[in-house]
Design a protein around this ligand. Structure first.
Ligand code: UD1
Length: 339
């Protein structure tokens, strides 16, 4: 099938492009390169031995996107393109609402116009806020998010629900927990522009010496060891779930016009456990300090994955060791390439 991957040079998008190609699909990427590099396209081609079609297009540019839809007869869209820094979204709410919502509206309008009736959307466990129970399942109440970023995900899900109710378009929202790791080839991975905010790139950049210290934000939470707990999932497992979701729609197996699935492992890992796992599996010593809580962090969240496992027939298989060693191999490859 012919699948448009918006944001396809980003972290999750690039791994999903590889997984789609490996499963026999033709991949078309549009990306505005706001937070990624065009060289990623060469890396995707190198891993897969296939050439993806790539165009530097901002999904907020309706005219350019329309021309792209016109030129390439598409069967489905996986929409990753979005701004994703929680803290920045608090400073720049309008930029986040405009970018994340306008791009989705454009995609949906063009899907309708060009009769591309299958859409997979990148959502987030952030829509659950501080969970009322754990592990959290898809039936849980969606809460008012802490940040404009989170709110764009919540509103986007509502837009998708309403649009699928009124049009031929079918959609699946995938609620990611915490994606980490990198492709085993170390040719693609997470490439934060500027100082990273997310835990794993902070860990690997501290280990390699790009950052001099890792701060553990909060050690007095009511958790296993006082630090926050998250459900970290290997990005290649996550990518595979997108292939399953898109094929479910293309094969007419969806149970409803709009569906939602959690993508996690079901395992809660604390920040300190992650640090210790990194040290153990890579042999690197991390320079870290225990410090104050980071505003806006939920205490703990991990997924109930039963619905995704049973209904999609998909399960994350990569271990914590895979996550940290692949992320580390990627950081080492970045260093080698910069020398
Ligand atoms: C959050 C959102 C997620 C969103 C992501 C985008 C939730 C539950 N998750 O992830 O949906 O897609 O932002 O960026 O709302 N940490 C440190 N030191 C650091 C960096 C992080 O201790 O230098 C800790 C954080 O306090 C947190 C954990 O590591 O407890 C994970 O943080 P991070 O990787 O930023 O992801 P989330 O905030 O969980």
């Amino acid at each position: 099938m012919r699948i448009l991957v918006t944001g396809g040079t980003g972290f999750i998008g690039s791994h999903t492009a590889v997984a789609l190609i490996e499963n026999g699909h033709d991949v078309f990427i549009v990306d505005n390169l706001n937070n990624s590099r065009a060289e990623v396209v060469q890396s995707i081609n190198k891993i897969t031995g296939k050439a993806v079609i790539f165009s530097t297009i901002d999904c907020c540019d309706f005219t350019a996107l329309d021309a792209f839809f016109m030129q390439h007869k598409l069967d489905a869209v996986i929409h990753f393109a979005a701004l994703k820094a929680v803290g920045e979204s608090v400073q720049k709410p309008l930029a986040y609402y405009k970018n994340n919502l306008l791009s989705l509206l454009n995609i949906l309008e063009l899907c309708q116009k060009h009769q591309v009736n299958n859409v997979v959307f990148s959502s987030s466990c952030t829509v659950y806020g501080e969970p009322d129970y754990l592990p959290i399942d898809e039936q849980a109440r969606v809460k008012q998010p802490e940040s404009p970023y989170g709110n764009t995900k919540k509103i986007a899900e509502e837009i998708l629900r309403d649009t699928t109710a009124a049009t031929q378009i079918k959609a699946i929202s995938l609620r990611y927990f915490n994606p980490v790791g990198a492709h085993a080839s170390a040719l693609i991975g997470e490439y934060p522009m500027g100082r990273p905010n997310n835990l794993m790139p902070v860990i690997t950049q501290t280990a390699i010496g790009k950052l001099n210290q890792l701060q553990v934000f909060g050690t007095d939470y009511e958790t296993v060891d006082g630090s926050n707990v998250r459900d970290y999932i290997h990005v290649v497992d996550l990518a595979q779930a997108h292939v399953v979701a898109i094929e479910r729609m293309l094969q007419g197996k969806s149970k409803a016009a709009y569906e939602v699935f959690n993508l996690g492992t079901g395992n809660g890992i604390s920040v300190l456990e992650m640090i210790h796992a990194f040290e153990k599996y890579t042999g690197q010593k991390l320079n870290y300090i225990l410090t104050h809580r980071r505003p806006g962090d939920v205490v703990q969240v991990w997924a109930n994955t039963n619905y995704a496992n049973d209904e999609l027939g998909w399960k994350a298989t990569r271990t914590l060791e895979d996550m940290v060693t692949d992320a580390w191999r990627w950081e080492l490859a970045l260093k080698q390439n910069s020398n």
